[in-house]
Design a protein around this ligand. Structure first.
Ligand code: NAG
Ligand code: NAG
Ligand code: NAG
Ligand code: NAG
Ligand code: NAG
Length: 440
């Protein structure tokens, strides 16, 4: 029995690996020669976004070996169970991926959601992973599509005008933020700030940095350090009001852009605008509460908000409570992010309150299911072929398969790109951009 199961598993892994290699290969071919015959095929692809009625039942996967075929959802309208009632799933969204706020985990949820429903994603060109970030997105940053877009989840700076011009009216905007000092420590580590700003080894890099901000910031941002900063352009700060920058606040980058950093009235106004335009600003400190709120507001299922933790940085100063002196300096340095955080933490809890008492029952239910799914998916060799999660007051029953577990872990960006190349005959071209570095 064991051996039999093991064989099945090996087969599954080999299958997924083989498909992956094939897809990379296809991506290579499609990148080299135009496949004009593919151009007409897009008409066959259904849109599930709700802004195009499509009653026919096309089969978009006829000539396409989808690695996750048994996980695909092809129903045009799906009603999920939210607070004991049924409501219609919302399928158009923009997720603004702020830096170092569990966004890798979140983006996997959004990609998987859209992949399974064949949504049309705004995707970076070529091998890029950013939609122009840290610049406001422009056409040179994404792959245009012949179909309307439903979804945007890759790294992008929010800009009301640009987003409205790309996305349908029915789009729901979502983002996630975290306590600014924790976010700073995580960015400091991730962007290799100590090393790039030529800091000598110290006992407490964070403290050393904060006590000589101008000096280290200057080093970090110079063209001389450009090669070690990879995706970060000259003159861009990765430690100062980064959350607000990602949400599109004009803070003086790139050169020539308005800088409202010290105009508290304008900052407050901008935050109010975000509050109006975003359906939900998730808070990393309350991650499961945030996911359940997302589920309820979008009318998604429990299965949709499941996740597998990825991209968790390990660094020694991670869990330390901030030294009051350091916190004070940082608050002075990156004050706009503190205003942003306080505002959205307040509005988050207002939204939770609005949900009623059973909200926390649902969070508890989600915690339990998440624990079971994580355990099952971490031990695929030993376990049964699938696991059934029974219906609860907040969710319908669903079956967790090994394929679903694999999908929780793989980088679906590659799959989304390949699918678009297949279906739209998209060919990567040099955009001829001669401007500043927008290479990631
Ligand atoms: C949004 O983008 C447009 C076009 O690039 C620009 O004119 C506008 O200033 C931007 N808005 C903000 C708030 O930066
Ligand atoms: C710091 O940078 C130097 C050279 O720039 C490199 O050799 C070294 O490995 C880096 N250290 C870390 C921890 O990244
Ligand atoms: C914007 O203004 C603030 C102070 O008002 C300044 O500290 C910051 O460096 C400016 N940003 C840019 C990118 O120049
Ligand atoms: C706050 O920042 C300003 C300049 O940005 C600086 O002159 C001042 O010394 C800082 N105050 C503290 C307490 O760090
Ligand atoms: C967020 O707001 C709640 C409710 O006002 C408060 O109790 C909590 O301390 C705040 N959380 C953080 C991390 O500031």
């Amino acid at each position: 029995m064991r051996i039999h199961l093991l064989k099945r598993n090996i087969k599954l892994v080999i299958l997924v690996a083989a498909i992956f290699v094939t897809m990379c290969y296809l991506a290579g071919i499609y990148g080299l020669k135009p496949q004009n015959s593919q151009l007409s095929d897009y008409e066959l692809v259904p849109m599930y976004g709700g802004h195009r009625e499509n009653n026919e039942k096309p089969s978009p996967f006829d000539d396409y070996d989808d690695p996750f075929s048994s996980s695909l959802i092809t129903d045009l309208k799906v009603y999920n169970k939210v607070k004991g009632n049924k409501c219609l799933e919302q399928r158009d969204f923009v997720f603004i991926k702020t830096m170092k706020c569990a966004t890798q985990t979140m983006v996997q949820i959004f990609r998987r959601y859209g992949y399974r429903r064949h949504l049309n994603f705004v995707l970076p060109r070529g091998g890029n992973i950013y939609l122009g970030w840290p610049y406001i997105p422009e056409l040179q940053d994404y792959r245009p599509s012949k179909r309307p877009f439903n979804a945007l989840a890759e790294h992008s700076v929010y800009n009301e005008t640009v987003m409205k011009s790309i996305m349908p009216k029915t789009t729901h905007y979502v983002t996630i933020i975290r306590k600014p000092f924790s976010q700073f420590k995580s960015s400091f580590h991730y962007f290799n700030v100590a090393n790039i700003s030529r800091m000598k080894t110290t006992k407490d890099d964070i403290s050393e940095y904060l006590h000589h901000l101008d000096m280290y910031e200057t080093f970090y941002k110079t063209p001389a350090a450009s090669a070690t900063r990879y995706c970060i352009p000259d003159e861009f700060s990765v430690t100062k009001n980064l959350l607000s920058h990602c949400l599109g606040m004009p803070l003086g980058f790139p050169a020539g852009r308005e800088n409202i950093t010290s105009q508290s009235g304008k900052v407050a106004e901008y935050i109010e605008m975000l509050d109006r335009n975003f359906m939900l600003v998730m808070i990393m400190e309350y991650f499961h509460e945030s996911l359940v709120l997302l589920k309820r507001l979008m009318c998604w299922s429990m299965e949709d908000i499941m996740y597998h933790t990825v991209n968790v940085g390990q660094y020694s100063y991670k869990d330390k409570t901030p030294d009051p002196e350091n916190l004070k300096i940082y608050k002075n340095w990156s004050g706009v992010d503190f205003l942003l955080y306080d505002h959205f933490n307040q509005s988050f809890w207002k939204k939770v309150k609005h949900q009623g008492d059973d909200f926390f029952d649902e969070v508890k239910t989600f915690n339990d299911i998440h624990t079971r799914v994580s355990k099952y998916c971490s031990n695929l060799e030993e376990g049964e072929n699938s696991m059934t999660i029974l219906a609860t007051a907040f969710s319908d029953h669903f079956v967790v398969t090994k394929e679903y577990c694999v999908m929780l872990g793989v980088d679906l960006l590659t799959f989304l790109k390949t699918r678009m190349e297949r279906e739209e005959g998209w060919v990567n071209q040099d955009t001829g951009n001669k401007g500043p570095k927008r290479g990631c």
